[in-house]
Write a protein that binds this ligand. Structure first.
Ligand SMILES: NC(=O)c1ccc[n+]([C@@H]2O[C@H](COP(=O)([O-])OP(=O)(O)OC[C@H]3O[C@@H](n4cnc5c(N)ncnc54)[C@H](OP(=O)(O)O)[C@@H]3O)[C@@H](O)[C@H]2O)c1
Length: 266
């Protein structure tokens, strides 16, 4: 099996590291515009075939589009002649908003197309990805599943529309969590702690809460109740936030993210 990366930045590199550990993969071709990034990639593994532009490709490959959505149209255009010529080909795309139908229209070929929404914890194999595909074939799907499993857990969906919900929940989700971390630290600084102390307290609190979520057999609500004693400090904070409408604010924010994902769709 041959893999071709079109763009290999942050997310592409995470997928590449996963691909490197899969024995069924023979050659990995990487087309990457940025020179410094090409140098970095060559250092990861000497067997990688890294270039700025496509020269030639084998007649059977899985192409992974890992460029930003705004670069997608030109990336697809540059790759189309090779997809056209290939005997056996499939597409794995991680670009937000780029639909299976878009690739189908561009390639005009009945090939497997896997649309994946990963998230940044995937860089440390601690992520969760949503995946929708038009077909689970016997050749490309098992390899695709192995590659995305290298980023963490995988949630398969049967309705492509739900990818926008996944984008709003787990794609953007780490940023909501980091905002909470940032505001916790800002509060600690405003109340007299040093920046260093505040950041350590906020970071380790959020990290520790994440570890509890991962390792304790309890729901988020149950974990929250473990910290919330009657008439205590946590209850005072949580009750105030709920009464002030934090739940509605969060839900409206997630809804905005989903709406924006739809607006950005190609
Ligand atoms: N980061 C996230 O949290 C996240 C989560 C889920 C999904 N995604 C999706 O993942 C995709 C990649 O994001 P990223 O953060 O990994 O982006 P990135 O770090 O910017 O990597 C993309 C790389 O592709 C290069 N490139 C652009 N056009 C190209 C072309 N035609 N041929 C070859 N290389 C090309 C870029 O070079 P230049 O910089 O020179 O253009 C860049 O080095 C995006 O579509 C995004 O929607 C990201």
């Amino acid at each position: 099996m041959n893999i071709v990366f079109i763009g290999c930045g942050n997310m592409g590199t995470a997928l590449l590291k996963a691909a490197l550990s899969i024995s069924e993969i023979d050659n990995i071709y990487i087309i990457e515009k940025r020179k410094e990034q090409r140098e970095r990639l060559k250092e990861i593994d000497r067997r990688l075939i890294v270039s700025e532009k496509i020269d030639s490709l084998p007649d059977s490959f899985l192409v992974i589009f890992a460029v930003k959505p705004q670069d997608m149209e030109s990336a697809v255009k540059e790759t189309l002649p090779y997809i056209d010529k290939a005997k056996d080909v499939a597409i794995l795309s991680i670009a937000a908003g780029v639909t299976v139908d878009y690739y189908q229209r561009q390639t005009n070929k009945d090939i497997p197309i896997f649309r994946v929404m990963p998230n940044t914890p995937g860089l440390l194999s601690a992520g969760v990805s949503g995946v929708f595909c038009n077909k689970r074939d016997e050749k490309f799907w098992p390899i695709t599943h192995k590659i995305i499993s290298g980023l963490g857990e995988v949630v398969e969906i049967e309705d492509e529309e739900l990818i926008d919900v996944i984008t709003a929940v787990s794609g953007s989700g780490p940023a909501y969590f980091f905002l909470l971390t940032q505001v916790l630290a800002e509060y600690a600084i405003s109340r007299g702690l040093t920046k260093e102390q505040a950041e350590l307290l906020a970071r380790r609190t959020c990290y520790g809460a994440g570890v509890l979520l991962d390792r304790f057999d309890a729901s988020p609500e149950e974990l929250r109740m473990m910290v919330t004693s009657k008439k205590g400090t946590t209850e005072a904070a949580i009750n105030f936030m709920l009464e002030a409408g934090i739940r509605d604010i969060l839900l409206s924010g997630f809804e905005r993210a989903e709406k924006r994902a739809k607006e950005l769709s190609l």
